[in-house]
Design a protein around this ligand. Structure first.
Ligand code: NIG
Ligand code: FE
Length: 388
């Protein structure tokens, strides 16, 4: 949209500019000017410049749009029955991934596109203005490539997860599958992907396979991220740090050595409390990571198996209640933390030059996101400066 837009009468503005030692960079009684889809000015409401149009925030809180840095949106079918079985005591093993692979392979492009579009719209309504989308339910050359092609219609942050699990047809020859992932599958996927990811876990890929796949992806120009230490302790987190991953995700089972490795690195720990909620598992200890100086992000992990939520506000509330994060830490992790996990400097903050992605809450403060769980507090979302 052309021309300038002033968001005025903001009671509490979260900028994430880190000013005065406050990571959220909160300003009271503020205004924010948008020009050409970017933040052009931030300051006290009384100094607000003139603009072509104006949105009155009515004294409410305004924060950066959420950055959901981990989502598996390209799939078909659901696994509600698997969820019900878990709630009746069955454990989560990741075994259901193959069920979704079967349904995804059988779906048309239009069906997959419609699912991604529906979930993307659901996310936007809940304040998510940037989302990463993974493949990982195709697990053959054609279906991984089309998953990424469809994902790229919705986001710049597409991730090749051909190494999600070994598909049934390769069950007795995993080395051959790894060779295929690094060869023809990567060649077909890389033009549509920014990142490469591996599920490094017992029952999925071990450290040697994961290292080989990530190295091929890096050589093809993709950035590294990793599913690690979700179901038990293991080598994934340290492997991610060793390979310069932008983020290691889940981090549910960590040793002191894992935390030390993260603390001395540029790698973000992305926590996905929707997965622990939906698999009835113990939550990761965010406090331990934060106290060690690790950068923490929060994301939904939206997928039909382990976490079928698209709601960042829900994840913020879980992080505060169950993972010992303060509301301010959780809001930072869901915005600036997600941007760090995607190595993005244009989103996750409301400072001049940033993309004008912002949320006007139906509440006076960011605290209400955790304080009023389950309540639809997203009054209005602006994406690229355009009201949605
Ligand atoms: O992040 N852990 C591996 N992948 C997904 C789960 C996928 C599924 O169960 O379909 C996750 O939890
Ligand atoms: Fe995941």
């Amino acid at each position: 949209m052309r021309g300038s837009l002033l968001v005025d009468h903001i009671g509490e503005l979260v900028t994430n500019d880190g000013r005065d030692g406050d990571p959220l960079g909160v300003r009271r009684d503020a205004a924010l000017l948008i020009e050409d889809g970017q933040v052009a000015w931030v300051g006290p409401a009384r100094d607000a410049p003139a603009a072509d149009r104006r949105v009155d925030a009515g004294g409410a809180a305004v924060l950066p749009g959420f950055v959901d840095s981990h989502a598996h949106l390209v799939f078909a079918g659901d696994r509600a029955a698997e969820f019900a079985a878990r709630m009746a005591g069955e454990p989560y093993t990741g075994g259901g991934i193959r069920t979704t692979v079967g349904a995804t392979r059988a779906a048309s492009d239009d069906d997959l596109r419609a699912t991604v579009g529906r979930l993307r719209a659901e996310m936007l309504r809940q304040g998510t203005t940037t989302v990463e989308i993974k493949s990982g339910y195709g697990l053959n050359v054609a279906d991984e490539a089309r998953s990424l092609r469809i994902a790229a219609e919705f986001t710049e942050d597409t991730t090749f997860l051909g190494a999600h699990v070994v598909p049934a047809e390769y069950a007795d020859r995993p080395d051959d599958y790894v060779g295929m992932v690094c060869g023809p599958m990567l060649a077909a996927a890389a033009p549509h992907a920014r990142w490469i990811d591996v599920f490094c876990e017992r029952g999925a890929f071990d450290a040697d396979h994961a290292r080989a796949i990530l190295a091929c992806g890096q050589a093809a120009g993709l950035g590294v991220r990793l599913h690690a230490n979700q179901l038990g302790p293991g080598p994934g987190v340290r492997l991610g740090v060793e390979m310069g991953a932008a983020s290691v995700d889940h981090c549910t089972h960590l040793t002191d050595a894992d935390i030390d490795a993260l603390a001395g690195s540029e790698t973000v720990a992305t926590l996905l409390p929707g997965a622990e909620f939906s698999t009835r598992s113990p939550y990761p200890d965010a406090r331990r990571l934060l106290d060690a100086g690790v950068t923490v992000a929060l994301a939904t992990d939206c997928n039909p198996g382990s976490s079928y939520t698209s709601s960042m506000p829900f994840c913020v509330a879980l992080a505060v209640r169950e993972m010992r994060m303060t509301p301010a830490e959780a809001v930072w992790a869901a915005t600036a933390g997600g941007a760090a996990a995607l190595r993005r400097t244009d989103v996750g903050r409301l400072t001049p030059g940033a993309r004008a992605d912002l949320i006007i809450l139906d509440a006076p403060s960011h605290l209400h996101l955790a304080y009023r769980p389950g309540v639809p507090l997203i009054r209005q979302v602006l994406h690229n400066g355009v009201p949605r």
